[in-house]
Ligand binder design. Structure first.
Ligand code: ADQ
Length: 496
């Protein structure tokens, strides 16, 4: 490598994501407060500490008055954050519409919702949403340009901001711009159904560096560029008339230290003991997900139901704790999913529950960090059943929280969907499942619950080594170093 982060101590990285890591709400005194935004992107980025960063993003609320905006800006500034303010129509069309209604499903292998493409009052909804997507990307690009200094590196995140690289480079060709996708990039056969497939690819290709979690996503992206734009894919990226855009696999991880430090605390140990006492006599299975179609929560519940049906001997002895924090509550599909999950939990508990035992403990909310770690630590079997998932950090968090002393018993088992990016890194130490096959999943649950101690230890060890080596910090270091190198190489080429 031509450069490393430590050789650039004064460098600033501007992290730009649709959502800021703090979501703004007003307290009863009318003062703005920030709550940590939940989700993998924020968890990953908050685990990075050695780069000086400024965040640019939407604070998660529509702010109506100028006075409110001024006050919120001041609160954000204290935390090194700069707000991009979007109005309600923009949030409806850009965020809920094009991002969450079109790109998110498409990137997870679901075709865009048909409603999006229906004619409505003369303009198609899709056109309105596409226009809003362009408008929002322009608003982000403007904000970046206003806050950019010539030594800054701009790191764009996720599918919300795919037009920004072109908008930034048009104004500042020398700007160092990287873009990282947290979701999968689908096969070109899926991607090419997107009506604006060319515009999106051309714009994102203006970045100096493009990163994905896995080589599969890199391959899909490069083949989309060659099939749709006729550009040449090389082992290093995509070439367009002599201009190379570097494309790399750069998998994310978690903030390992935060977990290991927390697990050493006496208060944590006490919390773990308390949970152990509460669950005594039961095996604990755990699901922690944002309530999202991609996480396969109904599939997980069906598999658990099948398992209970087939294994009467386990009915009073096993418990599934499912924590599902609601997200994107304004999108109709998410509302439907929530009702469906509630209905299924009710049905399964009604069928297999008794006066003394409820098989599924379902919580519809976010847990605090300590509560979550304690829960991971007492879990016997974690169930990650994503239908598609860029990486899945829950599986990493479970593995790290299962580091146990001999006296505490063997580590828990990870049952992991083969459709999560994490299957490529944690596959060897997990039981891999196809979440669409309930019979297979029910068998895997049985296998996990009855696995011998030695095998549990061996499998956990393999995963533990991976999680501790591939952290959020190393992910950010690798990406930024690669971005610097790419930029230096391009600069040298330009001078020749
Ligand atoms: P997400 O889809 O949000 O992330 P994931 O990677 O599993 O998925 O991260 C979820 C994060 O939110 C974890 O840190 C977890 O602890 C937290 N979380 C989830 N439910 C919670 C709850 N009920 N209470 C408290 N915390 C909760 C996206 C992509 C992933 C990719 C990440 C990072 O969809 O595939 O791994 O970005 O790139």
């Amino acid at each position: 490598h031509l450069s490393t982060l430590s050789e650039h101590p004064s460098e600033n990285v501007i992290i730009v994501a649709n959502r800021l890591p703090g979501t703004a709400t007003k307290d009863e005194n009318g003062k703005w407060q920030l709550e940590v935004t939940s989700g993998g992107l924020v968890s990953g980025l908050l685990g990075v500490s050695n780069i000086t960063t400024k965040w640019i993003g939407w604070p998660g609320v529509c702010v109506e008055t100028e006075e409110d905006k001024r006050e919120l800006k001041a609160v954000l500034r204290e935390h090194n954050m700069i707000g991009v303010f979007l109005d309600e129509q923009m949030v409806a069309d850009y965020y809920n519409g094009f991002c969450n209604g079109v790109l998110w499903p498409l990137f997870h292998y679901a075709p865009p919702n048909l409603d999006q493409w229906h004619n409505l009052g003369g303009t198609t909804v899709a056109q309105t949403q596409w226009a809003a997507y362009i408008g929002a990307n322009e608003a982000f690009a403007r904000c970046i340009l206003e806050n950019y200094g010539s030594r800054d590196t701009v790191w764009l995140h996720d599918y919300h901001l795919m037009l920004c690289p072109a908008m930034l480079k048009e104004r500042k060709p020398k700007m160092k711009v990287g873009w990282f996708l947290h979701t999968p990039f689908p096969s070109s056969e899926i991607y090419r159904t997107l009506p604006v497939r060319e515009e999106v690819l051309r714009a994102v290709l203006k970045a100096d560096l493009i990163g994905f979690h896995t080589y599969d996503y890199v391959r899909h992206f490069i083949s989309s560029c060659s099939r749709i734009l006729g550009l040449e894919g090389t082992p290093h990226g995509v070439e367009d008339h002599g201009h190379l855009t570097r494309v790399v696999a750069c998998p994310i991880g978690i903030n390992v230290e935060k977990f290991t430090e927390a697990l050493k605390q006496d208060s944590m140990k006490a919390q773990i003991e308390e949970l152990r006492a509460r669950y005594r006599g039961h095996k604990v299975m755990l699901g922690v997900d944002r309530l999202d179609m991609i996480k396969g929560i109904p599939q997980k519940l069906l598999a658990f139901e099948k398992f209970l049906e087939e294994h009467e001997e386990w009915r009073e002895k096993v418990l599934l704790v499912q924590i599902a924090v609601p997200t994107r509550g304004k999108v109709r599909e998410y509302q439907k999913l929530r009702s469906m999950v509630h209905e299924m939990v009710g049905r399964i508990n009604g069928k297999f529950g008794s006066l003394t035992h409820v098989p599924i403990h379902h919580l519809d909310r976010s847990l605090g960090f300590h509560e979550l770690v304690a829960l991971y630590a007492v879990t016997d079997v974690a169930l990650v059943t994503s239908l598609r998932d860029g990486m899945n950090l829950v599986s990493y968090e479970f593995v790290i929280s299962q580091k146990k002393h001999e006296s505490e018993g063997p580590p828990g088992v990870l049952v992991l969907s083969e459709f999560a990016g994490a299957a490529q890194s944690l596959g060897a130490g997990s039981i891999l499942v196809n979440p669409w096959n309930a019979t297979d999943m029910a068998q895997s649950i049985q296998e996990a619950l009855t696995m011998g101690d030695d095998e549990r230890k061996e499998r956990h060890n393999v995963n533990y080594i991976h999680v501790t080596k591939h952290t959020a910090q190393s992910w950010a270091d690798n990406f930024i170093t690669e971005l610097n190198d790419t930029h230096i190489e391009a600069d040298l080429r330009d001078r020749q």
